[in-house]
Design a binder for this molecule. Structure first.
Ligand SMILES: [Zn+2]
Length: 157
């Protein structure tokens, strides 16, 4: 498929964010992270799944009038580390960046160990060390329980 055909699938937007190179099948989770699964969304959201690209298949999400917070970026990096974020203004990409998988994540994922101190009634935020990116694997700094991609996306806060 050539570039022209691919461009037709996702029409340009005046202002917003194009989230590209999402791992196949993760686009709905990205929408959930962005709080866009609500029925009351006013802005246009487009999703393309299993799009052919030079580096294999990918998903794309396009959201009008949406700016992504750094917390949302960290969450996306955990479920799809190769994702790129394109900020659009007046139909032009004014900023393009790849999500950055941090070395530590705090307060965005719940530990899956029910007995972990972060799941007790203690004022302790869950915190993890990122131990691998391919596949993503994180380790709780309190109970040392490891969590893989599927568990991470199920436990996003
Ligand atoms: Zn833990």
């Amino acid at each position: 498929m050539n570039d022209k055909k691919r461009a037709i699938k996702i029409s340009p937007i005046r202002k917003g964010t194009v989230i590209d190179h999402i791992r196949c099948g993760q686009s709905l989770k990205v929408l959930k992270i962005l709080g866009l699964t609500d029925v009351e969304i006013r802005d246009v959201v487009s999703i393309a799944m299993n799009v052919e690209s030079s580096s294999g298949k990918k998903d794309i999400v396009k959201v009008e009038n949406k700016e992504i917070s750094s917390e949302e970026l960290d969450k996306i990096s955990l479920i799809s580390p190769e994702t790129t974020i394109n900020i659009i203004r007046d139909y032009e990409v004014i900023k393009k960046q790849r999500v950055n998988l941090p070395k530590r994540v705090s307060g965005i994922v719940r530990c899956r160990n029910r007995n972990c101190i972060t799941n007790q009634r203690e004022p302790v935020d869950p915190e993890f060390k990122v131990i691998s990116s391919e596949p993503v694997n994180i380790k709780c700094i309190y109970c040392e329980r490891e969590m893989k991609e599927e568990e991470i996306s199920e436990n996003l806060l």
